[in-house]
Structure formats: C-alpha cells, structure tokens
Design a protein around this ligand. Sequence first.
Ligand code: ADP
Ligand code: MG
Ligand code: ZN
Length: 609
Amino acid sequence: MQEQKTPKKPLIYYAIAAMTIMMLLNVFVFPTLLRGNITETDYSTFLTHLDDGIVTKFELDEQTILYATEVDGKEQIYTTGAMPDDNLTNRLHEAGVTFGRVVAQEASPIVSFLMSWVLPLVFFFFIGRILINFMQKRMGGGANAMTFGKSNAKIYVQAQTGKTFKDVAGQDEAKEALTEIVDFLHNPGRYAEIGARLPKGALLVGPPGTGKTLLAQAVAGEANVPFFSISGSEFVEMFVGMGAAKVRDLFKQASEKAPCIVFIDEIDTIGKKRDGAGGISGGNDEREQTLNQLLTEMDGFDGKKGVVILAATNRPDSLDKALLRPGRFDRRIPVELPDLAGREAILKVHSRNVKIEPDVDCHAIARATSGASGADLANMINEGALRAVRLGRDQVSQADLEESVEVVLAGYQRKNAVIQPKEKEMIAYHEIGHALVAACQQDSAPVHKITIVPRTSGALGYTMQIAENDQVLMSKEEIFNKIVTYTGGRAAEELIFNTSTSGAANDIEQATKLARAMITRYGMSDNFDMMALETTTNAYLGGESQLLVSSQTAAAIDSEVLETIRRAHSKAAEILHDKIDKLHELSRFLLERETITGEEFMAILDCKL
Ligand code: ADP
Ligand code: MG
Ligand code: ZN
C-alpha cells in the first residue's frame, strides 16, 4: 500500500540539499575563487605602479581601492586600503587611468528584507523538518515527539492499494457483505430514505492467511472514500497512555474525512477481554485504556455520518464482549478456509502473475490441498515458479505445482539424507501399511501417492490420500476408519518385523486427537451420549480444548479413547494380516521406486472391495 504523503518528502530533501550547497559555496568557495585573482598590496606599491604608468583601471569602493595593472598585455588586479590623498584624482587623470568610485547600490528594502529575514526563516524551517523526521525515525516511527498523541493512521486512497474484489478469489459471502458497505458509502441517501441504519462496524474473522487483510485492502480499492488503516499493535506502542490518545486522534481524523472507512487489523491486540482483577493485575492498564477509548469513540460518533469501521482478527473468542454488542462491531463477516472451488479460484488468481503452461490443471491441485489457506496456495504457486527456474524452464508446469504442494505441506526433499537399507525397508512397509489399510476400507479417500523420500519437515515418507470432494460432515464410521488408517503403519511394522519404531509418533498424535474428539466433542460415545465434555477456544489457531468435567469423568474419557484406538489398531492388523502377500509385493515395489502413484498402487493391489 502506498502512503499518500510519501512523494512530498524527496522535494524537501532536494531543496535543503541545494540550499546547503549554495551556502557552503558562498562561504568557502566563491571568496577564494575571487581572491585567487586579486593580490593584496600596500598603498606605496600602488603609488609606484601609478608612477610606472602601468595602472589601467582604478576604482574606489568606500575605503578600499581596487586597481588593475597591465604589463605586456597581462592584466593583474590589486587591492589596497585607501589613504587620505587629495592629490590622487589629479595624478590618476594625468596617468590616463580610467577611474571612478563605486556607488554603493542600496538594495531595495523588499529584497534586503527577504534576504535577511525570510530566507533564514525558510532555511531553519526546513532544517527543523529534517530534524523532526530524523527524530521520528530514531524513535521507531512511532509517536511524533513534537505532537504527542497524534496517530499515524495512514490514509489510503483508492488508487493506491491497487487491490479490488477481483484480487480476492472465493469468499463470496464476505465480499457480498462488504459490497453493501461500499455501496452505502457511495450513496448513503438511498439507505437514509428507507430508514436503514448501516452497522457501525464489521468484524472479519477467520483463520490466518484466509485473506482478511486482503479483503480490507480490496474494500479500500472499491470504495472511493478515504481509508484509514492501522494495526492493533500500533495502538499499544511506545509510551504509556499513547494508545488511548491515538484512538481519539484516529476517530477525529476519520470524522473530519467522513464518509470513510477505518480499518483496524489484528484488533485482538487491544480488544482482548478485560480481566476483572482491575488494578491488581496491572500491566494491562494501557491496553484496557485503549480499549475503553475505542468503545467510547465507537459510541460517540454518528453512524449516519458514514464512518464505517472494519476490523480483522483470528481470535474472535478472545475479544471483549463489549466490542461485539450491537452498535459496535455488530456484524461479523466470517472469512473461512477456502473450499474446493475457492481453492481453485485462488490458484487461478495467483497463477495470473506467473508464466504457466496452458494445460496446467488447477482443479487437480485444488483437490490435493484440502485445508490449505489462501496464503498457502499463493505460496505454492510461488514455490512452483521457483522450481521451474531451478530446473531451467521458463514456464510453470503441472509437476512443479505438484511438487510445491508437497513442499508447502511437508517441506523440501532431503535428497542427501542417508538412510540405512534396513530402515528404508521398514519405512516402506510402514507407508504401504497405511495405504493398504486405507484402500481396503469403505468410504476412504483414494490413495494418490506414496513416497519414502524424506522431507525437511522430518517426515520419512508419507501416503497422500485425495478425496473426490470436500466433505463438510464426517460420519462416526468414517472417523473410525481414519483412525484405523493412522494405525496401519505401526501395524505393518509389527506384523513384518515383529517390533515397533519411533516412526509412528505423528500417526499416534493424529489418531488420539481424532479418537478424543469423537468422544468429547462429537458425542459419538456410548457412555456419554450427547454430553459436552470439552470446549474449544481459539478455533482458528489450531484450537485449544479444555475439559469441562470432573477428574473421574476425565479418567473414564481417557479409557474410552484408549479403547477406541485399540479397536482401530487391531482392525488394521487384521486387514494387513489378510493381505500380507500384497503388503510384501507393494513394499518391494515402493522400495525400488521410492515414489509410486495411486494408479500403480491400485494396479498391483487389484482388489475391489
Ligand atoms: P489474513 O489477514 O487473513 O491473515 P492476508 O489477507 O494477509 O491473510 O492474506 C495473505 C495472502 O494470501 C494474501 O496476500 C494473498 O496473496 C493470499 N490470499 C489469501 N486469501 C486469498 C484469496 N481469497 N484470494 C486471493 N489471494 C488470497
Ligand atoms: Mg492479516
Ligand atoms: Zn505413519
């Protein structure tokens, strides 16, 4: 984003630089240049020169004599002090010298006033500006030392964010809600006529990287109104007490510029729940004051004036309730992770910026990236372009994108990692164990790819399953089958090598998470029916859950989770036991190839259950 003010600065700097150079020239360079040609001498030498008849010109300027001599056609200029000499005029006349007296040119009063008063003032003004700028920078770009409490909310105007709704793929609901706001700002009259009151504030909520900031920038691009943008963390910045002052100033500026949009990014930094402890807790006073000021300001201004406040956060549940009540941020615009169509659209938007082969299938990539955010997808396109450059191609190919998906999800390939043949074999059996169990269960997403090339994320190999469509609901059986698939790797190790390895750590974590959720959150347990056992906070940031139950119940939950995982594990072992020939055959094949596709896998398996 471009700040409106920026272009002014260089001009000032040029002006100052020019003035400084002129001054230096005046003081040091010009005088020596002039003096270089003029020789100082004494009055008697002048008289001698006059007697010698070599003086050609003579000037008297107040008390200084300036005269020129000419010897063999070479002119030399001398200066000397004037003496009371009544005879001089006659002698000069006799010697045939052109002579005269310099009449002091009285500068016009205006010019001399300009020179002696205005110029220095202008000069010091500029110097002052430079110093202030310099100080501001030294103080971290924060508050202005001269004007405490001025906010640095930057005004962004239409042309300068360069983003419009076209740059935001998917997110149609969010765009629709925001379009209404933009429309209101364009012709508030239509809304006033019918008596509709637009929400004062709208809160964009969603996981990181889903395009909240981008959407706000697009609103700025769409609306032809001033756009103030500030990040929550900027409020709580340097000096205690500044936050509240900044809020006050921001809203003052905004109501002067109404209709306009104020955008507060990452509002959770100031809008966190205030804790009841009051003075005792300390430390948070600053934030609390800032929040209070924000609430006051939001109540204070007239909604009809046309100041619309947008805010973004990925921690809506940590926001103070007071912020969310009607009249403040009463409209909530969810900005969720993109679905299949959304992912495809985002990939298309971003692939406009890179050279890409015409037959690249964005749909296939979108299918392989369930759960990825817009930022992830943008990153994938870029990784693909980087790979194309690395391989010396000038267009991004499908293979580049497929590899970049894995880079973003699992890290770069560790081509040089040395893995012992025995270990490699175990990894191969482990992965085929997952794949085989997945393939032999109903309603399980088809295997897309199996690889035992290690990745920088620490994964030694993995099995990629890609569902035909995005699923919004999962049945109890599907979740259980998923747990069975997670346990398949370990089950294969046990079956073939009669031991277990540390390679299943991640599987264990995932399986446990799912089994727990089945019981505590989805009500899929026989013992607890539909009882809520857990709440989740911070849903958008990975989710932290808290048990709501007594310690006895917690123990009962634990044993039920364990029982579920045990059941899954033995089911996996059973499947592999039945298919042990295929397990051997596929693992050999994978060991040889290191990476096999879903088709190759199915061709060998050839079992349609
Ligand atoms: P947030 O503020 O929600 O954390 P951002 O708005 O900063 O996420 O998004 C980060 C980047 O991800 C954007 O600059 C953009 O390149 C990409 N992005 C995210 N969502 C979308 C989308 N819906 N369409 C296009 N690009 C997107
Ligand atoms: Mg953001
Ligand atoms: Zn595994």
